[in-house]
Design a protein. Structure first.
Length: 92
């Protein structure tokens, strides 16, 4: 069984340059390493969002459904959501 699979991808010029810059700087050994780490980070972020939804969003919705939750404005909701996303991003 192969441990890797060859793929051909097309990137926008800005992203292709970013990948090349990371390799040239020595931060990564290859373009593949940049893409692999990027995809792993994406998977981790998605898992964190799924956990947040399960641990915080769904219980809040359920509490509202039974009338025991506290409602907030759309503006406050957006503010809190953006703050949460910023925290997730800063964790890297």
């Amino acid at each position: 069984m192969r441990s890797t699979q060859a793929l051909t991808i097309n990137l926008p010029p800005q992203l292709a340059e970013m990948v090349e810059t990371k390799v040239r700087s020595g931060e990564y050994a290859s373009e593949s390493d940049v893409i692999v780490e990027s995809l792993q980070t994406l998977l981790e972020r998605d898992a964190a969002i799924d956990t947040w939804i399960a641990d915080e969003v769904l219980p809040t919705i359920q509490a509202l459904d039974v009338g025991s939750g506290q409602t907030i404005s759309l503006g406050e909701t957006k503010k809190r959501l953006h703050a949460h996303i910023d925290r997730l991003i800063s964790r890297g």
